[in-house]
Write a new protein. Structure first.
Lengths: 466, 292, 284
């Protein structure tokens, strides 16, 4: 036993010596970093650690990590650097090579996996970029483990920042001490394009500002029963893509999520009659032709990415089309569904947090693409479109596009939809992924709803109980 | 036992042959499929991971296990080797990572193994036990601290972030100790009486006798590191440096035809190395298993 | 003795230094982290992470599955490879060819044959096609309790040749005259097996057991490539748990789980080694 103690002791000694050596090395590294500060072009070594002691003054380098190479960020960085000569912004991309249609999907997937893995590991060890575009990253987990700066506190503490300059609901976290931990530069709206004239012809009425999924299903049945212009009420899929059942199930279940998942008690009830009932109800809608999977219907799911995209989308689906708000779950407040874009967070362990925050604000105020979060930019974008007068839609494949006139009346409605944005779309989530992946067997008739429910329950419980 | 197989021997041989065929089947299927055209592959295996609607004949929809191609084509190989330059560069990346690891671990491992097998020093068995432990640990166990250490050493995104931990892996020490323990003390003692130093004994007596063990170790290490996925994924951000194992793990999921060809090329070095060194290899692992 | 010690130090130095840097220190750091509340410079929280960990039903499930897999897969593998070794330890036609083909799966990279497993075990796969021919309903092999049996099959497929070779060597090292004496004394086949083969094969068996356990942890790669990060719960192993914890950045649970797993491995291995020593002392 004595010997064992001796061994342990010597091992501990070796460990300690080596640990001391490596920490010395760390210290000398930051020494050189400080020496390098005078040399602004030396950005190769830039990372959160090598910027030690830089926050108080002198030259600062902000490392900004994003998966997709982005023109918008490049321009913002250049403009910001021009206005602030003491700041260098270093953009780091996750994508390994320029994207083109030939490059394999697999490579992109591999890059995404690599990007998340290496960013995770870096963040966990207290390093990593100063600013992060959170796309593909586990933002919730970062937040839970205090790896992101609380931007709620930043917003409240910064006199020059006025929440009223932005779309408040999209910004999120009003009045809460907790967060938000990331801020979007722009957003998109989710909803449906409907053929207003055809709907009016059937005489079916509904109020899309308040409707629930149940209301929607009822209206859908009536529309189909009226035997009007279309055979189906809605098309599964989004935009011009006519897809399988996946999309529809996902959005319905996402809206009913709290019915089946009890987050606080980490319990799921996908094996309940309630869930299998919902699955059967959805399948019934397919079987009855209310949800069409082959041809167009009265409604089509769309995402509105920009003012121009809004008018183009309406135009593509006909002349008398309108944007409708998406149905919501019973418990939820009504309002437009939205999805944030370019969500940016600040590394809680960054040494240049103040500078990063300043640059983030700058980007929020200068983003003009998409639906900008800054209300002034948003209004500008709409104004510009009106002045332009007409839109030439992008040519898709061989389909030749013809320019059309900007409809000012329709365009004016867009700001209202944006103001009403209240429901943040749950776009990711392991449980939702599991549901989408496993319900296909039921809709194809290969498995019973009960079997599928049990399988989803089996996996969902594993996720919830980790 | 008799030299000529008996009648039961014949029956057994046949039974075994069937079993061996079953063992080889996955390998054979990969090779055969790599010679099919993309169209034929997708005709046979497109249904993997799909749910066909029962209304469209889903009840009878199955993949079609096909052992003989309609016609042979090297189209997939051409696709892999010529049309995707990435494959070859990744292949050489793999070689560049695995080669140094195998050589390094053999050198470092056999030196340490000699100390464990042939020298007496306090705490020998306990220290060996520590080595044994780390060998049993899955990679995930030290993932995060490993990242910290590699980052501290400034090795991140450098191939030595993979190579160095590989060189110091415990398996080489373990295996070579097992093998060297088998070499009779009489031999080393005789050399000692002749006045040879430990290094001479190691170099001139033990190492030549340990050749089969080294061969076996080389093959086993090659297989293990040729396969690694997690380490390069985390420690090599730069995709230009990535090994083939990562590429293959991705490609298998969609382009199946190309996947079969890439898989065949990927396993070829292993299989050839094994067939080439088989007798050494067998002798090597056999001696490592028997107590001397 | 002391001179030996100094020389041993020199022989060990390269390995020991690298080994400490890349394996020991990370493990000690991880061990320390399992008692803190965060990844970087966290505060000590005692055993709270362990309490959280044991509270997680998924962790308990993963630990149970890993144990079950080792407890079923390893003995099964050893029994099968033992049978093969005994049958192959006689002159047969094509003996060396047979040996080669049993060993070949060992050197085939995991990613290379994943598609083949899919061809067999998919919902539309060959196995279900055969069931269909027989007029039976399909089985979702990877999404049911069958999934673990399938991984056991893959594990046996890959490792049977390796174990067989080791055992074959053990068998061949038993002097033949032991058997001859025994049969002269009228001992039957079974008695010979029990009193000679098993006894003399035991040291080899310990080694085979150890190697088989190591290799049983490596099956994770196959499982991961086939079933992803959330497989059917019967297949959800400790490595899945640790992998997912890494992606969720839950270092506390990750390191605590790792420490517990290593603790179990230490107990298992030292138990094995002790048993081996006792066996050796008894037989001497």
């Amino acid at each position: 036993m004595k010997k064992m103690g001796l061994i342990l002791l010597s091992v501990a000694l070796v460990v300690l010596t080596l640990a001391a050596c490596s920490s010395n090395k760390g210290a000398s590294e930051s020494d050189t970093a400080i020496k390098n500060l005078g040399n602004p072009t030396d950005g190769d070594e830039a990372s959160a650690t090598t910027n030690a002691a830089a926050d108080s003054g002198g030259h600062k380098t902000i490392v900004f990590s994003v998966f997709w190479p982005d023109e918008q960020y490049e321009q913002a960085a250049k403009a910001y650097e021009a206005a602030h000569p003491d700041v260098t912004i270093k953009l780091e991309y996750g994508l390994s090579e320029p994207y083109n249609n030939d490059s394999s999907r697999e490579q992109t997937d591999a890059d995404i996996e690599k990007f998340t893995t290496s960013t995770n590991a870096a963040m966990l060890s207290g390093k990593g970029p100063d600013l992060l575009d959170l796309r593909y990253l586990a933002a919730d987990d970062y937040e839970r483990h205090h790896l992101l700066e609380n931007l709620g506190t930043r917003m409240d503490g910064d006199k020059s920042f006025r929440r009223t300059d932005y779309f408040a609901n999209v910004l999120g976290g009003e009045g809460s001490a907790n967060g938000p931990f990331s801020l979007p530069l722009s957003f998109s709206l989710g909803g449906m394009v409907g053929d207003e004239a055809a709907i009016a012809a059937t005489g079916v009425t509904f109020d899309d500002r308040t409707w629930t999924w149940d209301d929607f299903m009822k209206a859908g049945r009536e529309l189909v029963a009226a035997k009007g212009k279309y055979n189906a009420a809605i098309v599964s899929g989004e935009g011009m893509l006519v897809g399988g059942s996946d999309y529809f199930v996902r959005s319905v279940v996402a809206d009913n999520y709290s019915r089946f998942v009890d987050e606080t008690n980490r319990k799921a009830s996908f094996d309940s009659a309630d869930f299998t009932g919902l699955l059967k109800q959805i399948k019934g809608m397919y079987d009855d032709g209310i949800v069409g999977s082959t041809e167009r219907g009265y409604f089509t799911n769309v995402s509105i990415l920009s003012p121009e995209d809004y008018l183009t989308t309406l135009n593509v689906f006909g002349d008398d089309t309108t944007f409708y708000v998406k149905p919501h779950a019973d418990e939820e407040a009504a309002g437009t569904s939205f999805e944030t874009r370019s969500d940016i967070g600040i590394n809680a362990n960054s040494k240049v947090k103040d500078a990063a925050w300043d640059f983030l604000k700058y980007m929020m105020d200068h983003t003009t693409i998409g639906l900008p979060i800054n209300k002034e930019r948003f209004a500008n974008a709409i104004q510009q479109l009106k002045e332009k007068g007409s839109i030439t839609p992008p040519t898709i494949g061989s389909q030749h596009s013809t320019p059309f006139k900007v409809d000012n009346a329709k365009l004016d409605l867009l700001e209202g939809f944006a103001e009403a944005a209240s429901r943040k779309k749950n776009r990711s989530g392991k449980v939702l992924d599991i549901i989408s992946a496993n319900t296909a067997a039921f809709f194809a008739g290969q498995k019973s709803a009960e079997d599928v429910g049990k399988l989803i329950q089996n996996k969902a419980m594993t996720v919830l109980n980790e | 036992m008799n030299n000529r197989p008996s009648l039961t021997g014949l029956a057994l041989s046949m039974l075994f042959a069937i079993f061996a065929a079953a063992m080889l089947f996955p390998i054979g299927l990969t090779l055969v499929s790599s010679l099919m055209s993309e169209a034929e592959i997708s005709q046979n295996y497109d249904l993997i991971g799909k749910m066909v609607d029962t209304a469209d004949g889903g009840k009878d929809a199955f993949v079609n296990l096909k052992l003989l191609p309609d016609w042979l084509t090297i189209q997939q190989y051409a696709q892999v080797l010529i049309l995707s330059p990435k494959f070859l560069s990744m292949f050489w990346n793999s070689v560049g990572l695995v080669g140094p690891i195998v050589v390094g671990q053999i050198v470092v491992g056999s030196l340490a193994a000699y100390a464990f097998a042939k020298l007496r020093f306090p705490g020998r068995d306990k220290l060996f036990f520590v080595y044994l432990m780390t060998m049993l640990m899955p990679f995930q166990v030290t993932l995060v601290p490993n990242y910290l250490v590699i980052d501290k050493l400034g090795l991140m995104n450098h191939s030595s972030a993979i190579i160095l931990p590989g060189i110091f892996g415990a398996f080489g020490v373990f295996m070579m100790r097992q093998f060297m323990a088998h070499i009779p003390y009489a031999l080393t003692e005789a050399a000692k009486i002749d006045g040879a130093g430990q290094l001479t004994i190691f170099w001139r007596v033990v190492l030549p006798l340990a050749k089969p063990g080294l061969a076996a170790l080389a093959v086993l290490l090659f297989v293990d590191y040729w396969n690694m996925i997690e380490q390069p994924l985390i420690f090599l951000q730069d995709s230009v440096k990535q090994p083939l194992s990562l590429y293959l793990a991705q490609i298998n999921q969609s382009a199946r035809g190309v996947g079969f060809a890439a898989s065949s090329l990927y396993m070829a070095p292993m299989v050839l190395l094994f067939l080439y060194a088989e007798s050494y290899f067998v002798e090597g692992i056999q001696h490592s298993g028997i107590k001397g | 003795m002391s001179r030996d010690g100094a020389v041993a130090g020199l022989f060990l130095a390269p390995s020991l230094i690298g080994f400490s840097v890349f394996y020991l220190i990370p493990f000690v750091l991880g061990f320390y982290q399992s008692f803190t509340d965060g990844a970087i410079g966290g505060q000590l929280v005692g055993f709270r992470n362990y309490a959280d960990l044991l509270h997680s039903a998924s962790f308990r499930k993963a630990a149970g599955n890993t144990m079950l897999f080792t407890a079923v897969g390893v003995p099964l593998l050893i029994i099968l490879s033992m049978t093969l070794a005994i049958l192959l330890n006689r002159s047969l036609y094509l003996r060396s060819w047979l040996r080669t083909s049993f060993m070949l799966p060992l050197v085939v990279p995991v990613a290379s044959v994943v598609t083949v497993w899919q061809v067999f075990f998919d919902w539309n796969g060959t196995l279900n096609a055969w069931l269909h021919e027989l007029g039976m309903a399909r089985v979702d092999w990877m999404q049911s309790n069958w999934s673990m049996s399938i991984v056991v099959v893959m594990y046996v497929w890959k490792n049977i040749g390796y174990d067989m070779i080791l055992l074959l060597a053990g068998l061949q090292s038993i002097p033949k005259d032991y058997y001859e004496t025994a049969s002269l004394e009228g001992a039957g086949r079974f008695r010979q097996f029990r009193h000679i083969t098993v006894i003399y094969l035991t040291p080899t068996l310990f080694f085979v057991l150890l190697i088989s356990i190591i290799n049983s942890f490596k099956v994770f790669r196959e499982t991961y490539l086939l079933a992803g990060d959330y497989p059917y719960d019967r297949l959800y192993m400790l490595q899945h748990y640790m992998n997912n914890m890494f992606f969720e950045l839950d270092v506390q649970k990750l390191t605590a789980a790792a420490t517990l797993m290593v603790g179990c491995i230490v107990m298992l291995t030292s138990g094995l080694l002790r048993a081996e020593r006792r066996f050796r002392e008894n037989s001497e």
